[in-house]
Design a protein. Structure first.
Length: 136
């Protein structure tokens, strides 16, 4: 009788551990997917939202489209490339893309909600300042 109880307890512990490990792996893979999405080309809010929802659907993750917040704003922060170009005397315009949303991962009857926030700096333009040429 004790052996059966021990086997049941070990089985339950193994099942719960596997479910949590599986949920963790799904979440980490999704985070990696989101990182790839925000690093691609010139940001477009609708394209990013569609890509997030597609990846969530592929992994079986629950994301409410209305809770995805995408913000693109001007910033004084510089990318490494922007800093180097700025040292050469060029005026660099940088923007910051921020993506924020909650998502829920379900695995074998267990679910957990995570809050994801990622950002990316990108250079929009770099231009030389106009030289002052005296009029004659």
């Amino acid at each position: 009788m004790k052996a059966i109880i021990i086997l049941v307890v070990v089985g339950v512990i193994g099942f719960v551990a596997y479910a949590h490990f599986n949920r963790f792996m799904i979440s980490e893979g999704f985070n990696s997917d989101i990182e790839g999405i925000i690093q691609m080309g010139t940001p477009n809010e609708e394209m990013i939202k569609a890509a997030i929802l597609k990846k969530a659907n592929e992994r079986g993750i629950i994301v409410n489209p209305d809770e995805i917040l995408i913000n693109i704003e001007d910033t004084e922060e510089k990318t490494i490339a922007g800093s180097i170009v700025g040292m050469a005397g060029m005026k660099v315009e940088t923007k910051k893309l921020t993506v924020r949303f909650p998502y829920t991962v379900r695995s074998l009857g267990f679910s957990k909600t995570y809050n994801l926030e990622r950002f990316r700096l990108f250079t929009v333009s770099a231009s030389m300042p106009q030289p002052d040429i005296p009029q004659q």
